[in-house]
Design a protein around this ligand. Sequence first.
Ligand code: PLP
Length: 243
Amino acid sequence: MRYAPESMPVMTLTSGPVDAYPAVLAGLSRTLLYDYDPAFQAMYQRVIEKAQLAMRMTERPVILHGEPVLGLEAAAASMINPEDTVLNLVSGVYGKGFGYWAKRYSTKLIEIEVPYNEAIDPGAVAAMLARHPEISIVSVCHHDTPSGTINPINAIGQIVSDHGGCLIVDAVSSFGGMKTHLIATIPRRAGQRFAADARIALIELPFDAKAWTMAMISPEVTARDPGLIWLRGQILDAVDRCQ
Ligand SMILES: Cc1ncc(COP(=O)(O)O)c(C=O)c1O
């Protein structure tokens, strides 16, 4: 973004290369709650529980109050010791940057670097680990934001786990934004009726949820469309059959 020399910069209140959502900006303008305030503690608890669900963790996650770099530096500082050999996988500027942090904690740094419009090949990681059995930590950026490329961290994670190492993943711009398992809400009776045939596992919700109201909605202009009238009839029949 360019500003006229005499104009004030637009306040983004974020240090990354993106603008903050209006809801975030509105949140930032509210009164700061003291951390012993029961209202703050209840809100913090709710956020931790949601984060735990989203990350499918058995433990409660810790939320660091700061920008993403704080978490990345914390991971480097708390996981890397001088005796560790770190394999840093570089496919963009953020992956490269992690290597500089890693070097503060161990001088034994090896890198696989590919052009910044390519992704890391898991086969190359496996070959490097076979050549250097002393590698104890592997670091990788899942989505290197400026490049827009995605590294195959599931395959890399399996290789690192088989090797007995630890994997540090920078998922700053991919967490919550990547393809994930489909979650759908359907009436309990419909689920129970079709689960076995459709090979769907039914799992109780891990939290209390209010009953939802269901509605069929169609735009007024198509309300009299014979095709849609037929489709609505089919849906209503299916619902009737599940009752
Ligand atoms: C992949 C990735 N890692 C790390 C960071 C660092 O984030 P920040 O400078 O906001 O702390 C960014 C910022 O966009 C990022 O995209």
